[in-house]
Design a protein around this ligand. Structure first.
Ligand code: DX5
Ligand code: ZN
Length: 174
C-alpha cells in the first residue's frame, strides 16, 4: 500500500440520513479508507458526530476508519501512522484549498527522509480534481475529500476519477 495514493472520502459531506448508501457508493468507487470527522464544538467551532455513530460505522463497512479527532483531550497519541496536513481551517467541509499546504507537505516529506521515519502523509480540506496532481507530486499519500466526492451526482465515479488522477501523478513522480 505504501506506494499507492489512497482516497479517503470524508463522510462529513455525505447525507447523514442515509450514510450507508454513501458508504456503499464510495466502496464501489474504490475508496480504501473512510475519513470520519469527530468534532466537539470546543477544539473547533463545530459539532459533528461522536462515539455511537463511529460504532455504527464500524459495523457498516470493512474499510479502515480514518478517525480525525478534532476534540479536546484526544488521549490517542501512541505511535504515529499518519501525519495529517490540514489544507483548510479545521471545522467545516466545503472550504477553499489553502495552497500553502503544498509546501508543508514537501517539508514533511523531507523531514521524514531526514529522520528516517515511516508515517504516511495525509491531506485534508478542499481536495478535488483540480489539485490532486499537485498534492501527489508534493508527497501526499492519503487524500481526504468530502465535497468533491459526496456533492456530485455519482460519488463512486468521483472516487474513481480522483484515484486515476492520483495514479497518473504518482507515475510522473516516480
Ligand atoms: C474539516 C474536515 C474535513 C472535511 C473536508 O475540518 O476535517 O475532513 O470534511 O471536506 P472538503 O473535502 O469538503 O474540504
Ligand atoms: Zn477531516
Amino acid at each position: 500500500m505504501s506506494h499507492q495514493v489512497e482516497i479517503a472520502p470524508s463522510i462529513l459531506a455525505a447525507d447523514f440520513a442515509c450514510l450507508g448508501d454513501g458508504i456503499r457508493a464510495v466502496e464501489k468507487g474504490g475508496a480504501t479508507l473512510l475519513h470520519v470527522d469527530v468534532m466537539d464544538g470546543h477544539f473547533v467551532p463545530n459539532i459533528s458526530i461522536g462515539v455511537p455513530v463511529v460504532a455504527s460505522l464500524r459495523k457498516a463497512t470493512r474499510l479502515p476508519l480514518d478517525v480525525h479527532l478534532m476534540i479536546e483531550n484526544p488521549e490517542v497519541l501512541g505511535t504515529l501512522d499518519h501525519v495529517l496536513v490540514m489544507s483548510v481551517n479545521p471545522g467545516f467541509g466545503g472550504q477553499k484549498f489553502i495552497p500553502g499546504a503544498l509546501e508543508k507537505i514537501r517539508q514533511l516529506k523531507q523531514a521524514r527522509e531526514r529522520y528516517n521515519l515511516n508515517f504516511r502523509i495525509e491531506v485534508d480540506g478542499g481536495v478535488g480534481p483540480e489539485n490532486v496532481a499537485d498534492l501527489v507530486r508534493s508527497g501526499a499519500e492519503i487524500l481526504v475529500a468530502g465535497t468533491s466526492i459526496f456533492h456530485t451526482q455519482d460519488p463512486a465515479e468521483a472516487v474513481r476519477a480522483l484515484k486515476q488522477l492520483a495514479g497518473g501523478a504518482l507515475a510522473q513522480r516516480a
